[in-house]
Structures are given as C-alpha cells and as structure tokens.
Design a protein around this ligand. Structure first.
Ligand code: T1G
Ligand code: NAD
Length: 688
C-alpha cells in the first residue's frame, strides 16, 4: 500500500482498498495519473484480502476529464481506454466517489465502475462538445444504457452538467452521502459487500436502449449548432449505442474522436478554452494582490442594462440595491426584472422558489445615499458624459471607502469619468453586453489610475457572477465596439458598391455568426445611431436615408429589411434597394455584383487589422483576449477560435496582401495593414 506514484495513492480501510488520485487543480487524467491507476487496480485485483475498491480524488474535484494539454501530442500508454478496461475487469465491487465536477473522461471512468456515490454538491457531465469533441472513453455508449438515449443525447450534445440529485433520480448515482464523502463511500461499499450485491457493468445493460423519440430529440438539439462538426458526431455515436453491439459502438466512437481531436474546429475551441482562463490573469496586477471583499452591490439606473446587471448579482446570491431617479422609472425597471425571471421560470430554466429568493436580493430606491453600504457600485445611466460625471461626483460623497466604482459606459472615456472624483484609484469600467443577465462577456476597462486591487476585485467579481472577464485599456469603443465599427464602415461601403443587405448578412451568417450586421442593426434600432450622428453633424449616406424614410428597424417593421407584423424574420425589401441605389448614385459610386468570398474578407479582415492596432497600443494584452471578447460578446463562431486566431490560420502575409488590395481599391488609409501585421508577416510569424 502507499504511494503508487506522485499522483496516485493506495491505502486500505480493513478489507476495502481506496485508490486516491491527487493532480491539482482539477485532477485531469494526465499520463502519470492513468499509469498510477492501472498499477493500483492491478495490485488490488490480485490481493485476496481486498473485498472491494473505491476510486476517489483529493482536492476540489473528482477527475474533471482527460488532460486537455496532452491533446495533439504523441499518445502515452496507458491510455484512458486501458484504465477503463482495467476498471471493468475488476472482479470485486468497484465504487467511484464523486465530488466537485466529475466531467468528461472522469465521468466516463465512473460510468465503468460498478457503483457511483457522491456528495450533494457534486455535478456530472460530458462537456467534450464544448471543446469540439465527443466523449471518447465510452461515454456515448455507456450513458445511454444507464439513462436512455434521449436524456444521454441532451447531456452529450449540450455538454451541460447535471446536479447530483438529478443524477440520483436518473439512476446514474447509487447514493448521495451526507457529510464526509470518504466515510460515506466506505460505509456504502461495506454494505455492498455484506449484501453480496450483484456486480452489473453498465455496458451490459440494454433495457433502456429505445429508439423512440431519438430522431426528434437529435433534430431539436442540433438545430442551432450550424457549422459545427462535433454535435453531429455526438448524435451518430449515441445512435450507434442503440443500433450496434457495445464493442462496435465503442470502436466507432474512438474513430469519431480521433477525427475530431486532430480537426481544426477542436483546436480552435481548445484555444478559446485556455485563452478564456489566460484572460483572467491581468498583466500588471502584482502576485498576491487580494481582491476586496464583495458582500453587496449597487446599480445606478434601472434601464435596459441596469436591470440585467442587478440580476447578475442576485443570480450569484449577492444582495444588490438599484437606484433610479423616480418611483415610476424604478418600478418599470423592477417589473422588467420580474418579467425576465418569470419568463425563465415558464421555460423551466428556474424554480419559482429560486426566483422569489433572487428577487428578494434586489431592492429598489430613489435616493443615492442608499448605496453607502455597497462594496461595488456600477453606474448604468444614459450615455452622457456630463451626467456620468455628476453621478460619480455624487457617488464619491456617499460610497464607502474602498468601494469599487464602476461605469458601464460603452464608449466614453473612463479616465475622464474617474477625474470627476478624488478617488480615481477606485474607478474602472465594467462593460456588460445586452442582455446583461445573459451575455457572458465582461470588458473590464482599466483606467490610468485604477488600483491593482480594484482591478483584481472586478475580475474576481466578474467570474463570481458567471461572466468571462477580459481586461482592456481606455480608448473609444474599447476592444469589441472599436473593431465592430470597422465592420460597419465596410458594410455600408459594400452596399454602395452593389451588394444587397441580404447578401452581406448571408455571407456573415455563412461564416458562422448567428446574425448579419444589417439584421443586428435593425434589432438595435437605426434611429439610435442616427440621433448620435445628427448630434455630431456626421452622415451615413444609406442609413440616414433609411431613417429619413422612417426605416428604424424592427420597431417600425422596416429597416434594412422588412418584417411581417409580429415577426422578427428579416425579408428583402425592394424599397431599401431603391434607397441604396439612389445613395450610390448621389455619391457617384459604380455598382457591381460582389462575390461572397470578398464580402466575408471585407467583413472580417478590417476588424482583425484594428485588432492588431489594439495590440500595438496595448489596449488588449494578448491576441487571445481579443478572441475571447469576440466569441463571448459578438457571436464570433467558437469553432473558428476568434479573429486573431483565425488570422493566424489564414497566414498574416495573405491578410496583409488582401488588406493592401482593399486599401488601394477604396483609398481608405485605415485599411492599410497595421505595422504589427507587416512585421509578423515579414517574420513569417502569427499573432499567437
Ligand atoms: N485538462 C487540463 N487542464 C485543465 C482541465 C483539463 N481537463 N480542466 C481545467 N484545467 C486547468 C485550467 O486550464 C486552469 O489552469 C485550471 O485547471 C483551473 O481551471 C476522453 C477527451 C473543471 C469546471 O472539458 O470545465 O475528457 O489557468 O480555471 O473555474 O472523453 O476547468 O489555472 O493554469 O477552469 O474551477 C473534458 C474542462 C476534457 C472540463 C473547473 N473535461 N474544465 O472550473 O477552474 S476532454 C472538460 C472545466 C475528455 C474524454 C475527453 C473547468 C472545471 P490555469 P478553471 P474552475
Ligand atoms: P437606458 O436608457 O435603458 O437606461 C438608463 C437609465 O438610467 C434610465 O432608466 C434613467 O432613468 C436612469 N438614470 C438616468 N440618470 C440617472 C441618475 N442620475 N440616477 C439614477 N438613474 C438614472 O440605457 P441603457 O441602454 O441601459 O444604457 C445605460 C448605459 O449602459 C449607457 O452608458 C450605455 O452606453 C451602456 N450600455 C448599453 C448597452 C445596450 O446595449 N443598451 C450595452 C452596453 C453598455
């Protein structure tokens, strides 16, 4: 008994052997862990004194899956398949003890055991599809045998975990133990031995393998996953569980896995997995900087954004006060929050009791003084600099010392807002995306005077409320909106040169975005930008002409597209085509038909070019940060890894040449390749 190797320990508790893995932080099933498990299983199998075996993990979680950092490297034996074969070959009861997040290969290993016991807070799941993969260690064959193909398919195609109580109800778990897991699982295992319970492997269970409802479930689950390879492979593998013998299905699962793991989509999605975690490490925050404690929050303004932001706090169990200028506006904001929660409850996404609990955490006031106890205050009032400066000057007076003061501005200068106070070290931007309770991206804007611990506090809070925080510098539009502005300029240029809104949107959707630029503009409302341009004396030839013809978008049933009453489906509109042609004639622009490839290039490349400038200026610390911003905030298809990753796949020399061509053709100097692109292309390197 004792240490098998640095990651696996074997000890006895009477006739029970306990194999414990310890590979912080998440017990990924790296090579050494696998080798240790096979060795330990061999030893206990042959030890007559051992009547049963428990597999458990030290630290914060049971195995959270295969070691993703090993993918793409030469495989090292034993593989996970061999570990699982050793598990299934165990002639004595083998019990998995689950806590934390038993995910991927870890859950698959547990499914190969005779019994599974967990603590109530444990979660089980097969999230491989989120890495562009499918479960590759038998999960697509064993899980359907345990819970039926339809439920298994949902877990595998969504990649979403389930709680222990649901897993128990589904028959995945045999028991949930109170208190100490190890003591509970040993007691359970002793009962199994004492009662001489039959050892039935999941692989031998066929009774739940019914095809009924499978095809409809598959269609419903994959309908919105256009362009992705992994979901289709998941469906094929689970269908095989119904139609093929176990070993055949397993073999086919392995073939599908090997194809995906070497494919471009999974590489891109793995890039985003690590880039997301890297983004939380903010350069310039000294090691050991502790975030300030956050026990309560406040939000100024209960409009579109304020309400959603308050919900983020309540969803994370943090009490929040929302401030409005008057009772009516406050009540309107609170009613919108309540309606939002009720909609989620009616979709089955939240229990009514849980809704009440969250609503109870949100209190509304009309006096700013009420935010005096808040550890963080987020301002979300109108996008007006003078108003925001007044609010921050007032906040300075009422907010407690050490409170973090954040603005949700989408474009304004955070440093100028900070200078409206005498505590700029506490001021930063927390730029949420609409709807704030849904969109996962959070751009954290570091001001010139922002203190490292204030920044660390915002990043930690961002993760706590379920967001993906990315820290950026101060500039107009920060990272996302600044790059998006480049696309908008080129989109209008394409229309003037002969493309139609439906052609541009089809090209962008074909690339993988959920929506094209013109349908997006119609959803946001064309009049918002029109009023801002008029205020600045600026003109957008086509969009202003549309607004002058009351084409404000969905809100008026016509924008770049027309909408049937009650429908959000964008339909081509000949009147728009006439307005565009007239605008082109006014600007003396010759028109031509434009190929889809060119449209895609002109929608994407100028944004990447702006991304390069953002890196040059240090507004973003890493190209991966830009990728994470676009995937989580702007609908960039995750299986293309983000704009900067995509550029590296294309090759920067190609990008440079195409941008130079478009700069020549349009005379637009901003399309000239950024210096960084020139340098990296010349050196044959990429952004990464
Ligand atoms: N492999 C390698 N490193 C991993 C890892 C993994 N599976 N999971 C996490 N890490 C690293 C992560 O990069 C970070 O590192 C640190 O651990 C903490 O993670 C055959 C093939 C478990 C819910 O997809 O979802 O099994 O940044 O910050 O918020 O079918 O990590 O500190 O250097 O995310 O508490 C399937 C992926 C693999 C689970 C914990 N498993 N991980 O979240 O911590 S494929 C997954 C997660 C597979 C089989 C297939 C989360 C978590 P660093 P963290 P967290
Ligand atoms: P909104 O007009 O829907 O809401 C603003 C609210 O602030 C209104 O209800 C108003 O009554 C309230 N308000 C104004 N002055 C106030 C004061 N002194 N004290 C308390 N409340 C006050 O606007 P919105 O869309 O929620 O935008 C708010 C901020 O968030 C803006 O800075 C905007 O740029 C930014 N933002 C908006 C979006 C978006 O998609 N709407 C996305 C990201 C960021």
């Amino acid at each position: 008994m004792g240490n098998i190797n640095a990651s696996v320990d074997l000890r006895r508790d009477g006739e029970i052997a306990i194999i414990t893995a310890d590979n912080p932080p998440v017990n990924a099933l790296k090579h050494e862990v696998r080798a240790g498990l096979v060795e330990a299983l061999g030893r206990v199998r042959d030890d007559a004194g051992i009547k049963a075996v428990v597999i458990a993990c030290a630290g914060r979680t049971f195995f959270a899956g295969a070691d993703i950092t090993e993918f793409g490297k030469p495989p090292q034996a034993p593989g996970l398949g061999e570990v699982i074969a050793a598990v299934e070959a165990m002639p004595k009861p083998l019990v998995a003890a689950l806590h934390g997040t038993a995910f991927g290969g870890g859950f698959e290993l547990a499914l190969a055991c005779h019994f599974r016991v967990a603590i109530a807070s444990a979660r089980v799941g097969l999230p491989e599809v989120k890495l562009g993969l499918l479960p590759g260690a038998g999960g697509t064959q064993r899980l359907p045998r345990l819970i039926g193909p339809e439920k298994a398919l949902k877990m595998i195609v969504t990649g979403d975990p389930i709680e222990a109580c649901e897993a128990l109800a589904d028959g995945i778990l045999d028991e949930i133990v109170e208190g100490d897991l190890t003591a509970g699982v040993i007691a359970f295992t002793r009962r199994v031995v004492a009662e001489g319970r039959p050892l039935r492997l999941v692989r031998d269970r066929e009774e739940k393998l019914v095809a009924e409802g499978f095809a409809d479930a598959a269609e419903a689950l994959t309908r919105r996953l256009r362009g992705r390879e992994a979901p289709a492979a998941c469906v094929e593998a689970v269908r095989n569980a119904i139609t093929l013998p176990f070993e055949e299905g397993l073999k086919r699962e392995g073939e599908l896995f090997r194809k995906l793991v070497t494919g471009d989509q999974s590489k891109a999605q793995r890039h985003i997995f690590f880039a997301e975690r890297e983004a939380a490490r903010v350069p310039g925050i000294p090691q050991g900087t502790n975030p300030r404690p956050i026990t309560s929050g406040a939000v100024i303004g209960a409009g579109t954004m304020g309400g959603g932001i308050a919900m983020c706090f309540a969803n994370a169990g943090i009490p929040v006060t929302i401030v409005e200028t008057g009772r009516d506006l406050l009540q309107r904001g609170l009613d919108r929050v309540a309606a939002n929660y009720r909609a989620t409850v009616s979709r089955g996404g939240l229990g009514a009791e849980e809704m009440e609990r969250r609503m109870a955490l949100i209190s509304g006031v009309t006096e700013l003084d009420a935010v005096g106890a808040a550890d963080v205050v987020i301002e979300a009032v109108f996008e007006d600099m003078d108003l925001k400066k007044r609010v921050f000057a007032d906040l300075e007076r009422v907010a407690k010392t050490n409170a973090v003061l954040a603005t949700n501005t989408s474009t304004l200068d955070v440093d100028e807002i900070a200078r409206a106070t005498s505590r700029p070290q506490d001021v930063l931007g927390m730029h949420f995306f609409s709807p704030a309770n849904v969109m996962r991206l959070l751009e954290i804007v570091r001001g010139a005077a922002t203190a490292p611990d204030a920044l660390a506090t915002a990043v930690a809070l961002g993760r706590r409320i379920g967001k993906v925080p990315v820290t950026v510098g101060v500039c107009y539009g920060f990272v996302g909106n600044r790059m998006l502005a480049r696309r908008s300029v080129e989109a209008e240029r394409l229309l003037l040169e002969g493309a139609l809104p439906q052609e541009v949107d089809a090209a962008v959707v074909g690339f993988g975005f959920p929506m094209g630029p013109f349908a997006m503009a119609d959803m946001a409302g064309l009049d918002v930008g029109w009023l801002i341009r008029k205020g600045r004396g600026e003109r957008n030839e086509i969009e202003d002409a549309l607004c002058e013809a009351r084409h404000f978008g969905q809100k008026t049933g016509k924008g770049y597209f027309r909408y049937e009453p009650g429908s959000r489906t964008p339909l081509p509109d000949s009147e728009v085509e006439r307005i565009i042609a007239e605008a082109a004639a006014r600007l003396n622009r010759p028109r031509r038909s434009i190929a889809q490839e060119e449209i895609v290039e002109r929608m994407i490349f100028p944004m990447i070019n702006e991304g390069a400038r953002i890196l040059e200026e240090g507004i973003a610390a890493r190209p991966g940060d830009i990728d994470v911003i676009w995937v989580y905030g702007y609908g960039w298809p995750v299986w293309r890894g983000g704009p900067m990753y995509y550029a590296d796949q294309l090759g920067l020399a190609h990008l440079r040449d195409r941008l130079s061509l478009y700069a020549e053709q349009s005379g637009d100097e901003t399309l000239r390749p950024a210096a960084l692109i020139h340098r990296l292309a010349a050196e044959g390197r990429g952004f990464a």
